[in-house]
Design a protein around this ligand. Structure first.
Ligand code: 4AD
Ligand code: MG
Length: 440
């Protein structure tokens, strides 16, 4: 048995930094993710949120620890002490020669998520536990990295982070997906997008963004739709359509490169091809008009008419064709919201673009140049059948100091799903909200 340090326990180290402590005794604080035995050696797999380490327990450890190593159930909260040893075969290049095992909490019931295949319904019902899973933890860490990269990108460019309210009295993206709440006896809505407010703050601060939750009462059960999701939105005064596209392209490339560099371990755990991701953003993103996109996908056998929104089959076809993020520009005004400026050479199409991710991850960004004339805005509100009164403050932005301005909204979960290579958005957020899911 190895002697313990003077105060009884060696310094705490997180699994992700163990390779800096080879030859030292450390304490790892975590949870039991697996146990197995081989002859007189016991293996205790411990996860601590930063990664997994294999603890090797031999009869040299104290007798109680040696015994515990065999019997601790899955998800026991545990502290293990031991020497960090280099081991090329181990994930992260190290293992822990455990000499002391200190259970913190030993479950009395069997952990419901055994390391076998479970149906998604079963797992979703236990999402509060499922997030501990070996494929779930890395996704949430990539999400954190992606959000961090977005903030860093905008900080570097001297944008101001400025928030939009969630309780609102207006719709942004059509009235069919509004959640209504009772606001002291008056109907109010949960925000579908912070855009209208960002247009106001951008006239105050020039370049603004926010990252926040938004809500859509989507009655569709697709793998690409949540009812509550996070959006990154940016809005810039004096910026027109083309420059808006370059900003989006730079942002997406920045986020992908950041995650590919800083989250190698997570991408490896997810078996995500880093090189493919990097290649996808290496070259300038192509653009195609809506009209040409419809032609292209129809030729490929997708059943759609000119004037319909791009559905999943059309988006998938475009992503297959380009193999890179692609901007689809110049949508018919009829399928776009009231706030978009129209193209000067064709008033039937909007000065806008959607960015379609590669590999079938669908639309990750929607953006446009905004209407900047008061008359046109009032006209477009009427055409959309929206009431004038609640939008008065928004019209005011065109009364005083109106400038050309543009912005966009990026879906955080769709971007994370693409980065991680996971098929369904429900795994790209800790607690997804969907048509049929409000729990846990
Ligand atoms: O295209 P959308 O609806 O655009 C807007 O809301 C604009 N007001 C944004 C702006 O210009 N400031 O939504 C933006 C992005 C989509 O491209 C998609 O990635 C994501 O948000 N998104 C969803 N993600 C998950 N679930 C849903 N139901 C989503 N709806 C849109
Ligand atoms: Mg859109």
């Amino acid at each position: 048995m190895t002697a313990r340090n003077g105060d009884g326990s060696p310094p705490v180290a997180y699994v992700e930094e163990l390779s800096n402590h080879v030859g030292e005794r450390v304490t790892v604080r975590g949870w039991v993710a697996g146990t197995r035995s081989s002859g007189r050696i016991r293996f205790l797999i411990v996860r601590d949120g930063t990664g997994l380490v294999q603890g090797v327990v031999t009869p040299d450890a104290d007798a109680e620890s040696f015994d515990l190593a065999e019997h601790l159930p899955l998800e026991t909260a545990v502290k293990v002490e031991g020497e960090v040893r280099a081991d090329e075969r181990a994930p992260g290049g190290v293992e822990l020669a455990v000499d002391h095992v200190l259970p913190v909490h030993v479950p009395q019931e069997e952990y419901p998520i055994a390391p076998k295949e479970h149906g998604v319904g079963f797992l979703m019902q236990r999402r509060h536990l499922w997030i501990r899973g070996l494929k779930q933890m890395p996704v949430l860490r990539v999400r954190d990295g992606a959000l961090w990269a977005m903030r860093e990108f905008f900080k570097e460019r001297r944008f101001v982070a400025t928030e939009a309210p969630i309780l609102v009295s207006t719709s942004v993206e059509g009235t069919t997906t509004l959640f209504t709440v009772d606001y002291f006896g008056q109907p109010a809505f949960l925000s579908q997008s912070g855009q209208l407010y960002l247009e106001a703050t951008c006239a105050a601060l020039g370049r603004v963004y926010w990252i926040g939750p938004v809500f859509r009462a989507e009655k569709s059960k697709t793998r690409r739709h949540l009812t509550e999701f996070w959006m990154l939105e940016a809005e810039v005064a004096y910026v027109e359509h083309e420059e808006n596209l370059r900003l989006q392209e730079d942002l997406v490339r920045y986020v992908v490169q950041y995650v590919a560099e800083e989250h190698r371990r997570e991408l490896e755990a997810l078996e995500r091809d880093r090189k493919l991701l990097l290649d996808e953003v290496a070259e300038p993103f192509p653009s195609i008009s809506y009209a040409d996109a419809v032609e292209l996908v129809r030729r490929a056998g997708v059943d759609m008419e000119h004037g319909q929104d791009l559905g999943a089959p059309a988006e998938d076809e475009l992503s297959k064709h380009f193999g890179r993020p692609v901007f689809v520009e110049r949508f018919p005004v009829g399928i776009k919201p009231f706030y978009m400026k129209r193209c000067s050479d064709d008033p039937d199409v909007a000065l806008c673009a959607d960015l379609i991710a590669p590999e079938g991850y669908g639309e990750i960004i929607g953006g446009s140049q905004r209407v900047d004339s008061q008359e046109e805005l009032e006209q477009q509100l009427r055409e959309a059948g929206l009431p004038e009164e609640p939008y008065q403050w928004y019209v005011d932005l065109r009364r005083w100091g109106s400038t050309p301005h543009s912005g966009f909204g990026l879906g955080v979960e769709r971007t994370v799903a693409w980065l991680c290579g996971i098929a369904h958005l429900r795994e790209a957020i800790p607690f997804p909200r969907m048509l049929d899911r409000l729990e846990p």
